[in-house]
Design a protein around this ligand. Structure first.
Ligand SMILES: NC(=O)c1ccc[n+]([C@@H]2O[C@H](COP(=O)([O-])OP(=O)(O)OC[C@H]3O[C@@H](n4cnc5c(N)ncnc54)[C@H](OP(=O)(O)O)[C@@H]3O)[C@@H](O)[C@H]2O)c1
Length: 317
């Protein structure tokens, strides 16, 4: 596979490398310059009560979208939503309960959404956990794999028909630069034989990249696009499970992006006009970025797809 040429002029070809690794605050920045309006558009953002998700919700609400804030803690989500409503004047910022660590909750969320909303134009799979001590979700999946990958995989499956009916529509998956270190360990997906919480996060973020690649391939011709991104290194609560990382994040906070800066690439992937027909790409700093060779492994992407379907008990052809 070709490693060059590079650069934003290659937007649209997922097999070309981009020209950035993705950065912290003072390396490259990256702002979404689109002024697109979203009146009449319906958006779901998972994990939008805080961090990057909240800033993404704030921006899309300002553009006039109906924003569904899908969160596990509805009290925290309501506080964020009422702040966004007050600041943007957009009253269509709505809180719904969604716990990605429980497939029952994901199914209930999707069922309620499909009953209440006629359209869905943008799905932003943003929520995530990092550095969790070994634990399992309600369905017995290792937590990083379960929340970061399988939860969003199931959510996307359940909402896909509504996205297709509402097309043009976009799916935006929030991954990480950490996917470069990840591997899909099919022989030990749930980390039962060996577990490292840092690597478990990286594996789940590689799963986000592979999921997007295969999803985009399957969605060719539907006017539903799927892209994936690294938001940069962002000062947020993501490192809350590690005292050491919390301390390091505080110490180096000056070099980290703010959540608003971190949200720019999500916003770009959700609204930028030049991405109308771009799919299957990986972005950072609002530009195409380097994807690891493992993130371009089509065989692994296909295998992960079928294993995910098996684990979730779904048929997604
Ligand atoms: N921060 C960075 O430097 C960085 C770098 C690369 C990639 N990312 C990615 O960016 C995304 C957003 O991260 P962030 O930095 O904004 O972190 P954050 O502030 O910790 O936000 C994570 C969000 O995910 C939610 N969440 C966690 N478990 C959930 C579950 N079981 N069900 C539903 N929601 C759940 C959290 O809800 P609660 O508030 O209830 O916990 C929170 O709203 C993540 O996918 C992360 O991997 C971040």
């Amino acid at each position: 596979m070709s490693v060059s040429p590079r650069g934003p002029e290659h937007i649209g070809d997922p097999d070309r490398w981009g020209d950035t690794w993705g950065s912290g605050r003072y390396v490259a920045g990256g702002r979404c310059k689109s002024t697109a309006r979203l009146e009449g558009k319906v958006v779901i953002i998972t994990g939008a009560n805080t961090g990057i998700g909240k800033e993404t919700a704030r921006d899309l609400a300002r553009r006039g979208a109906r924003v569904i804030v899908a969160c596990r803690d509805t009290a925290k989500a309501e506080a964020a939503a009422s702040e966004i409503r007050a600041e943007t004047g957009n009253q269509q910022v709505i809180v719904k309960k969604l716990d990605l660590a429980d497939t029952k909750s994901i199914r209930e969320f999707a069922e309620q959404f499909l009953a209440e909303e006629k359209e869905l134009h943008i799905l932003i799979n943003n929520a995530g956990v990092m550095l969790c001590p070994y634990s399992k979700t309600a369905d017995g999946f290792e937590t990083h794999l379960g929340v970061n990958h399988l939860g969003h995989f199931l959510l996307t499956f359940l909402l896909l028909e509504r996205l297709k009916q509402s097309a043009p529509a976009r799916i935006v998956n929030v991954s990480s630069l950490a996917h470069h270190v990840g591997r899909i360990r099919f022989h030990d997906l749930h980390g039962e034989k060996s577990y490292n919480r840092g690597l478990a996060y990286c594996h789940s973020k590689l799963a986000n990249v592979l999921f997007t690649r295969e999803l985009a391939r399957r969605l060719q011709g539907t006017k539903v696009t799927a892209n994936v991104l690294h938001p940069g290194s962002v000062h947020s609560d993501l490192v809350r499970h590690s005292l050491l990382m919390m301390w390091l994040w505080k110490l180096f906070s000056f070099f980290l992006k703010t959540p608003w800066e971190g949200a720019q690439t999500s916003i770009y992937c959700a609204v930028a006009e030049e991405l109308n027909s771009v799919t299957g790409q990986y972005f950072s700093d609002c530009r195409p970025a380097y994807v690891s060779p493992r993130g371009r492994d089509d065989e692994a992407a296909k295998k992960l797809w079928s294993v995910s379907c098996e684990l979730l008990g779904i048929q997604w052809d």
